[in-house]
Structures are given as C-alpha cells and as structure tokens.
Design a protein around this ligand. Sequence first.
Ligand SMILES: NC(=O)c1ccc[n+]([C@@H]2O[C@H](COP(=O)([O-])OP(=O)(O)OC[C@H]3O[C@@H](n4cnc5c(N)ncnc54)[C@H](OP(=O)(O)O)[C@@H]3O)[C@@H](O)[C@H]2O)c1
Length: 254
Amino acid sequence: MDIEGAVCLVTGASSGIGAATARLLNGLGARVVLAARRADRLDALASELPGSLAVATDVTRREHLERLVARALDTYGRIDVLVNNAGQGLHVPIEELDPADLRAVFELNVIAPLVGMQCVLPVMRSQSTGSVVNVSSATSQRVFPGLGGYSATKAALNMISQVGRLELAGSGVRVSIVYPSVTATEFHDRLRAGHPVSGARSIPRDPPELVGEAIAFAISTGEAHVLVGSPPRPIIPGDDEGWSALLARQTPGT
Ligand SMILES: NC(=O)c1ccc[n+]([C@@H]2O[C@H](COP(=O)([O-])OP(=O)(O)OC[C@H]3O[C@@H](n4cnc5c(N)ncnc54)[C@H](OP(=O)(O)O)[C@@H]3O)[C@@H](O)[C@H]2O)c1
C-alpha cells in the first residue's frame, strides 16, 4: 500500500512506538489519526503533524473504538491502515501472577486489537483495500521466566493476526505482525505488575523510530511477519535465518 495520502489509525500514539510511528507515517504523507487515553499528549502531537486528528480513546472500550472509527470516517471518508500498538507489560513469575492482572492485560493486548479489527474491517472490505499491523513482541517466540503472562498475550495476538490474514485473503486487506525487541519507551516504567526481568536493563534498547520503520515497511509491503532492524525485513515461513535473527535480537523483559 502507498502510505502517501493513506488514512492511518495508530493506537497508543501518546508515547513510545505509537508516537514515533505517527510522526514517521505523517512524514511520509499519511493522514494520521492518533488514539490513546492521554488527550493532552495527543493534542500536543497533533499540533505538530499537519492534517492529523487526535481522538481520546480507551481501546478496551468498544464504544470508544467505534467512536474512533466514526471520527476518522467523518473527517477523511476512508480508513486505510490500523496500527494496533497500544499495550502494556506484565512481568511476574507464574506463581505470583494475579489472574486479575492477566485478564486486564489480555483485554488491552488481545481483545482490544481484535475489536479494533472488527471495527475497521467492514470499512476496509468495502474499499477492497486495507492494512492492519498488530504490534506483538519478540518475546512471543521464546520462553522466558517472568514473562509468561505478557508473552501469552502476544502469542494470542499472533494467532489472531495469522488467522485473520488467511480469512481476509483475496479481500485486498492484509494483516501483518511486527515483533519489537527491547525498545526505549515508557513501557518498562508502566508495567501492569512486576519488574523488568533479570538482565533487561543492561541490554541496549532500540529507538522507537526503528520499530516505526518496521511498521511502515509492513504497511507498504503487506508482509505477514516483520523483523525490526535496520533495515526492517520480512520473515517468511521456513526462513530459519529470519527467525534466528529475530530470536538473536530478542532479549529478556521486552
Ligand atoms: N518497549 C518495548 O521494549 C516493547 C517490546 C516489545 C513490544 N512492545 C509493544 O509495543 C507496543 C507499544 O509500547 P511502547 O513500548 O511504545 O510503550 P509505552 O511508551 O508505554 O506506550 C504504550 C501506549 O499504549 C497506550 N495505552 C495503554 N493502555 C491504553 C488504553 N486502555 N487505551 C488506549 N491506549 C492505551 C498508552 O497511552 P495512554 O496511557 O495515554 O492511554 C501509550 O501510548 C505495546 O504493544 C508493547 O507491548 C514494546
């Protein structure tokens, strides 16, 4: 898909990867719709990005997602891209994992992207074109002590994304997964519960702009799995080198 002129909804746009992605897409000529709960931050970012729209949104509330889609359609008349990026970590050993915390993070990391897809897919199907990019985590591909709850949510998101991609084959709508490694954002300071796992703080963090480039690559190419790197690259089934590269970049606590 051509990013120039595309209408791109970005959730979690008030900080980190979402804000960096919104800036990058806007710089490439997209009309970005910024969604998160902190309206002051969204408004500040929107004032920097020509032609953008800020919509205060709690993605765990269906009616907020419906309002986000309605505002985008009222303003631009179409929706080309949904970046499901809003998310939160939960870094607690299994014996201490509070089911209430896991339910809350499942709502945010899995159910919200699912409902987001359900809200935009009728629009994208009617346009016969669209791109959904779901922001997962490299941790979804490996087994790390302390990350059972968080990684489970991202593994669930991966499966929903891959099944959705198959179900949408031939519709003109593509679903992609991007796998960030440890990234320099507010993420580790805003965990739902727990602490960054052992060793995570000593690992060099990717800038969020690098993840933004991988997201832009996923939008432009429609690749199913995208590895964050410079440059970003697709990972295709049977591409052992690609998965090895992903796992090599993967680090505890992300
Ligand atoms: N940083 C890493 O090391 C890393 C690694 C792998 C994957 N990831 C993934 O990357 C994504 C972005 O994280 P980040 O690193 O950019 O972290 P971040 O700086 O903490 O950003 C998280 C974003 O999610 C938004 N958010 C949280 N709850 C929300 C809700 N209920 N409704 C709407 N927005 C909500 C936050 O905005 P408000 O609080 O304003 O709502 C914020 O904009 C997440 O899915 C995360 O799992 C991050």
